[in-house]
Write a protein that binds this ligand. Structure first.
Ligand code: G5P
Ligand code: MG
Length: 227
């Protein structure tokens, strides 16, 4: 089955909830979807070594959110560069917006192009399982591919499956910073959910593994945007 209506989806979820993992699965099942991960965009700025990259790194290392105006500029710039600011575009955002300020500015930008987000899915995962998952996470930074030593290990230990390049740890994947990131997420979630509830696009899928959540997410997408 494929998608027949344009989908503009936001995946909302705590650090380690599986946004990146579920994005990869959706892209595999529905090749018409493309995605932007705010974290990946920020990490690619950091690896460029610019002054902006250094500033971004200091926020991420401390588990703090970057200022709304910088995030909006980066992500709407990316949407514009990819020619995704129109009503027929199909895409998925992972990790942005994550404050009401970001959400309302994105909405204004999209509305000006007669577009809008038309599905927001909260991934509801018990936060007790998250720290273990994140401590076992390794990434291929240039592509954003995500591995886990227990759950989805690379074919060759510590090497990317596609390029064979070495995997690395994220600067913010230690228990202390993850705890901070979770606190911030929990503070921003309620107002953001309230914001998207008003426009009737919010759904929640629950489950403690991505194998439980994925079929629910894919069914939701198909029921609303598939044939
Ligand atoms: P990010 O990069 O957006 P977070 O904190 O929102 O970071 P994160 O950590 O990337 O989210 P995820 O994508 O939800 O988590 O999870 P994932 O990578 O798919 O899965 C986590 C691990 O669990 C992986 O190893 C995966 O293989 C494994 N896994 C998945 N499913 C299962 C399962 O079922 N079982 C098991 N055992 N394992 C599983 O943002 C980073 C920072 O950038 C800034 C902030 O500083 C933020 O902290 N930032 C922003 N700041 C302001 N505004 C924004 N919009 C910002 N966006 C980013
Ligand atoms: Mg992620």
């Amino acid at each position: 089955m494929s998608l027949v209506k344009p989908l503009r989806l936001l995946l909302l979820g705590a650090p380690g909830a599986g946004k990146g993992t579920l994005t990869s699965r959706l892209l595999k099942q529905f090749p018409s979807i493309s995605s932007i991960s705010s974290g990946d965009i920020l990490r690619s700025q950091i690896s460029g070594g610019s002054e902006l990259g250094n500033e971004i790194q200091s926020y991420i290392k401390q588990g703090k959110l970057l200022p709304d105006d910088l995030m909006v500029k980066l992500i709407t710039g990316e949407l514009n560069d990819r020619n995704w600011l129109h009503k027929d575009a199909t895409w998925l955002l992972d990790g942005f917006p994550r404050t009401v300020g970001q959400a309302s500015t994105l909405e204004q930008v999209l509305r000006a192009k007669t577009s809008s987000l038309n599905l927001v899915v909260e991934l509801d995962v018990d936060q007790k399982v998250i720290i273990d998952r994140i401590e076992a996470r390794w990434i291929h930074a240039p592509s954003g591919r995500v591995y886990n030593l227990d759950y989805n290990p690379p074919k060759v230990p510590f090497k990317d499956d596609i390029t064979g390049e070495p995997l690395s740890k994220r600067d913010d994947d230690n228990a202390e910073v993850v705890t901070k990131r979770l606190e911030l997420y929990n503070q921003s979630l309620a107002p953001l959910k309230e914001y998207y509830q008003k426009s009737n696009v919010l759904h929640t899928v629950s489950g403690n593994t991505s194998d439980i959540i994925y079929p629910k997410l894919a069914d939701l997408v198909l029921s609303k945007f598939g044939n």
